[in-house]
Write a protein that binds this ligand. Structure first.
Ligand code: C5P
Length: 314
């Protein structure tokens, strides 16, 4: 008999190829239409049986991840335990998060860790929840958690948790991520957007729903990176730029260096650039890091699958 001591799940970061934000709702959220795209920057989350729930974080930005009840991975563990009602079997877990996705960077790293914790505990405790049931739990933990489970490219509606996979050819896109110094708080960026819209009298009417960009979807269907580059859009970008003006220089530098498109990732402050090929991405990454317009760079590809258990060695 094999004794399972721990389970590790790997989970990708997300980009938003379109992020259209509607007016604020009564519950503090905004209705949105977004095109999520999972990319090859992965966190790994390991869960092992323990006396009580604890979390240890290593890697990128480890010092800034909450270790208490605010930790999304711990919240995911608690949510699955409640659902599983497994007695001793679902007693405490030691959660170890190996981070490569920067914290509060617009790449849904915390949501990714929650999705990985769900998948890993589902396996560790042999709960056997279906992807559909896991997605329902995910939506209650955070707006981006369900997509971190699904991966690929998908349209998100509602808070972002109502997902429809995008039908698109198996094109692989090459992206360069420019990581910024510091972080941006997602609620603060949404609040800045509401203020900007109010001051410009550009607030959408309360009953106006954001719409999916047909041009972007057609670019995805054609697999044409140049078209996709032109179609990238993010309603949160002006708000992120108002809070972090130096990002303008980063975006401009990437476009000058030949990127097919550039935008702020989600609520920022990471900047995202689309390159025409793996070679162009390498050139762009080298030039951007030499230009002194960001803290560091990473080359990634997408789409990639969502959170999945890493097969045990041996
Ligand atoms: O769902 P999540 O915890 O990731 O959201 C963080 C914050 O971002 C929310 O508390 C809210 O202020 C803002 N948000 C929003 N509308 C969304 C998603 C997030 O206003 N659709």
């Amino acid at each position: 008999m094999t004794i399972v001591t721990g389970v590790t799940a790997r989970v990708p970061a997300k980009l938003n190829l379109q992020l259209a934000v509607g007016p604020p709702r009564g519950d503090g959220y905004h209705d949105l239409v977004t095109v999520f795209h999972a990319v090859s920057l992965f966190d790994e989350v390991t869960v092992e049986p323990a006396g009580q729930d604890t979390v240890t974080v290593t890697g990128e930005g480890a010092g800034t991840v909450p270790r208490d009840g605010d930790n999304l991975a711990l919240r995911a563990v608690a949510a699955l335990r409640k659902r599983a009602r497994g007695g001793n079997r679902t007693a405490g877990v030691r959660v170890t998060i190996a981070k490569r996705i920067p914290v509060a960077a617009g790449l849904a790293g915390g949501s990714a860790d929650a999705a990985a914790a769900l998948v890993a505990c589902n396996e560790l405790w042999t709960v056997g929840l279906t992807p559909q049931r896991l997605a329902e739990l995910a939506a209650a933990i955070g707006s981006d958690v369900a997509f971190a489970l699904l991966g690929g490219t998908a349209v998100g509606r509602g808070r972002g948790e109502r997902l429809t996979p995008a039908l698109a050819p198996a094109t692989q896109y090459h992206w360069v991520l420019a990581f910024a110094e510091g972080q941006l708080s997602t609620p603060q960026v949404y609040a800045a957007l509401d203020r900007l819209r109010a001051s410009q009298e550009a607030a959408p009417p309360a009953d106006q729903q954001p719409g999916l960009d047909a041009g972007l979807m057609s670019a995805l269907r054609s697999g044409d990176a140049a078209l996709l580059g032109q179609a990238l859009s993010n309603d949160l970008q002006p708000a992120a730029l108002s809070l972090y003006p130096a990002l303008r220089k980063t975006l401009a530098a990437g476009l000058e260096l030949g990127a097919l498109g550039a935008l702020v990732a989600g609520s920022g402050p990471t900047c995202v650039f689309l390159a025409a090929s793996a070679e162009r991405a390498l050139e762009l990454a080298v030039s951007l890091s030499g230009a002194g317009v960001c803290r560091s760079v990473a080359r990634v590809t997408g789409p990639v699958p969502g959170a999945a258990v890493v097969p045990a060695q041996g």
